[in-house]
Design a binder for this molecule. Sequence first.
Ligand code: AGP
Length: 380
Amino acid sequence: MKRGEMPEFPHEMLREIYEQPEALRRTLSIYLSGQRLNQGFAGRLKGWSSAEGEVLIAASGSSRHSGLAAEITLEDLCGLAVDVEYSSEYSCRGGTERRHPSAIVLSQSGETSDTLAALREAHRRGHKTLAITNASASTMALEADVSMPLAAGVEKAVPATKSFTCQLAVLYLLALYEASRMGQMDAEALTAQVARLQALPKSIEAQLDGWREQLASLASKYKSAASFLYLGRGVHYAIAREGALKLKEASYIHAEGYPAGELKHGPNALVSDTVPLVVLATVDRDLDASVLRYEKTVQLLRDLKTQGAKVIAIGNANDQEVPALVSDYVPVEPASEHLLPISEVVPLQLFSYFMALEHGVDVDRPRNLSKAVVETPSAA
Ligand code: AGP
């Protein structure tokens, strides 16, 4: 099959999972020329960055999870101080503020009422605002000072998939831009990072069919689980949260995402034959901090094995240690630390999709949910 051609899919969610490589390519092409940020990039963001080096991110649901990943990336690569708020909380908080962050709102639809209210609240506080949405003519895109659209294409299934990975990609580009603007990254390093990002769509494309087969079989194996705990450290914690949310909304199975180091501070009491774990154990061997996080995760996996826990681990395709410590191992091609989330979330999306099928859920339209949570105007 040629690139861009899609086979028949039984559900929009599966189609949208498979559309991710093309969605990423389209989105990157808005911002890149060859292996450089294009000329419009700086112009687009002019006046947005705050002199104080602070960033406030407001979003809901999956979009907030991409914000959690961006928090770590912006802090690690740029040294910025980043706060990630729930839109629904930020928009209801009054009080005075002595900080002057640049604000980002993240929203697939660009219409979520709470996030729109957060955008307006950020304006009221005098912050410059950037909207990253999948709808370039959405209310948020139009009201924000600056807009960075995604080109994920229409996303029909209620569970967000391709919009999420495209958000991660745009946020990563934003981090590269800020790092280079602030003198934290030279031109050579910037080009190398862009090249790594550009390599991801092809890499994901090559892994999709293998993941599809493996995750379908894991969903069948784990379908009777009562609940799942998803664990990750650093930027991977955001993906643990996203994996758990996706499982809940798609399959109605309870799941929670935790920072891996928090397990023994309470949640471990839940782990049992019917409560397995999903652990993000990927690593960037070129980055000391990533290796440290990985080693701590490996130690936790040893302890969990001794404890008799059932664990599905997502790890590097060439990992020598983790497969022997866990019940099931899902390989992901190695990538750099802050890019790994874009590929490691894909098998988690597939797991949720196949768990939904196992449980007979209408995965594109799960009960009680809608694609965009917007307030209906009162009749008065
Ligand atoms: C994602 O799978 C969910 N359907 C939901 O959490 C969603 O991300 C949230 O409602 C925010 O929507 P938005 O990105 O359109 O603002």
